[in-house]
Design a protein around this ligand. Structure first.
Ligand code: ZN
Ligand code: ZN
Length: 425
């Protein structure tokens, strides 16, 4: 039997991991400069954490979650998104009272059993943030500004941030639900089977449907923006004004952008990129002012977003980026005989301490010098240090330059200086 990775789940292989490290490094450095602190929640949660927050009638909860019973018959779910677990943790640990509770970020895998396709895997990875405690439109502006700056630091430029407001749960959303239901009356026959059901139980989701027939039907639907109550309209106007004063380009007001999760209220946004097509967002987010309270916590407004790392990498693949990490010096230590092996490990340790930026490889196999040199070449070593019994006796190391193809003996005590010179470090 030949084992294979689970369908829709991918290995990230050593030759491909460089861009992941690069992306994570950039994200961490950017987020931390805004005062965000990382939070790491478990991959598994009680199923109810997601049902309660994302919404019982959403596609994620109905069709896409990996849910199973453990040995004690508890229903557990692999997290399909990051916000609900963080809100659970925020409440459980009273982070509203903690020093670092208000600006959180996460980087990690999520799980949804969607049909696998390009840029869409069943285990996928997200970079996301959550900002708790501010109801002000300036929180929305800062989050969108940070998002824009971080995407720029990833060297992505051609993206658009699509912006909309859903309004509040108290007035705007119920009013719009009514309006949309009336608009769809008599048009049900043209909707897909799922949407026929959605009209009655969660009509906003019809606006999310990716089926052509449904997109046609809702093309002329009323807009959430037309019916906003005064405070919601004022909030959204101030967000737009703030963004335009900061000259944040690539921001587009987009009618009826709703997002596939029930907890959003007010401002919502989505990042699209021409290389991924209109249907596939790089990431999305919005306000969820009621969620913390709905899940049993203090009344706390909040806003956040999540970016799909696979999608960003897909968009980056189409251009050359400075993600190559091969520039650091690689030095290989080839050794012969038992004494050589031990001396080699010792020497490697000395060099690592003196020159931490150098990658030092040692041969732990008892193979010939020729095959060790082949291994050094395959692993990209610029320099090889050869240690046999002769060299040990003379207190020397043979230094071989793999590019110039020459070799010279170097006194053991001068090795670090010699490497510094040759590797310019
Ligand atoms: Zn409202
Ligand atoms: Zn539909």
């Amino acid at each position: 039997m030949k084992y294979k990775a689970v369908r829709g789940m991918q290995d990230i292989l050593p030759q491909d991991v460089g861009i992941w490290h690069w992306l994570e490094r950039k994200a961490r450095s950017d987020l931390e400069s805004y005062g965000f602190k990382e939070i790491r929640t478990p991959l598994l949660e009680d199923t109810s954490v997601f049902v309660r927050s994302i919404g019982e009638t959403t596609d994620i909860v109905k069709k896409e979650m990996y849910t199973f019973k453990d040995k004690k018959e508890r229903s557990l779910t692999l997290r399909p998104e990051g916000t609900a677990p963080i809100v659970r943790s925020y409440i459980e640990h009273s982070l509203d009272k903690a020093q670092y509770g208000s600006k959180l970020y996460y980087i990690g895998p999520m799980f949804r059993s969607e049909r696998p396709q390009k840029g869409r895997t069943r285990q996928f990875h997200q970079i996301g943030i959550e900002v708790f405690g501010s109801k002000s439109p300036y929180a929305d502006v800062e989050v969108i500004m940070q998002l824009r700056n971080m995407l720029n630091s990833f060297e992505l430029e051609d993206f658009t941030i699509n912006l909309n407001s859903l309004g509040c749960n108290e007035v705007c959303k119920p009013k719009f639900t009514d309006k949309l239901q009336k608009y769809l009356e008599g048009k049900e026959s043209r909707l897909c089977e799922d949407c026929k059901r959605r009209v009655k139980i969660n009509v906003l989701r019809v606006l999310d449907c990716k089926k052509d027939s449904c997109i046609q039907v809702v093309r002329n639907a009323p807009s959430t923006l037309d019916g906003l109550c005064d405070p919601c309209k004022d909030h959204f106007d101030r967000v737009k004004e703030g963004l335009s004063k900061l000259k944040l380009i690539n921001i587009k007001e987009t009618k009826n952008l709703v997002r596939g999760l029930d907890y959003y209220t007010g401002t919502v946004f989505e990042v699209t990129h021409p290389d991924l097509g209109a249907q596939d967002a790089i990431g999305a987010g919005g306000r969820y002012d009621n969620l913390v309270k709905d899940m049993g916590g203090p009344d706390t407004p909040a806003i956040g977003y999540a970016l799909g790392m696979e999608r960003i990498i897909l968009a980056l693949r189409n251009k050359t980026t400075s993600t190559d990490t091969k520039s650091e010096g690689v030095v290989y230590i080839a050794t012969l005989g038992d004494m050589g092996k031990i001396e080699g490990l010792k020497l490697a340790d000395e060099i690592r301490k003196a020159l931490p930026s150098v990658v030092l490889l040692t041969s732990t196999m008892e193979s010939s010098l020729k095959s060790q040199l082949r291994a050094a070449d395959r692993q990209g070593a610029k320099l090889v240090l050869i240690l046999g019994e002769d060299e040990i006796e003379k207190g020397e190391v043979l230094l071989k330059d793999m590019i110039k193809k020459d070799q010279v003996p170097v006194k053991r005590k001068d090795i670090v200086e010699e490497l510094k010179k040759r590797l310019k470090c």
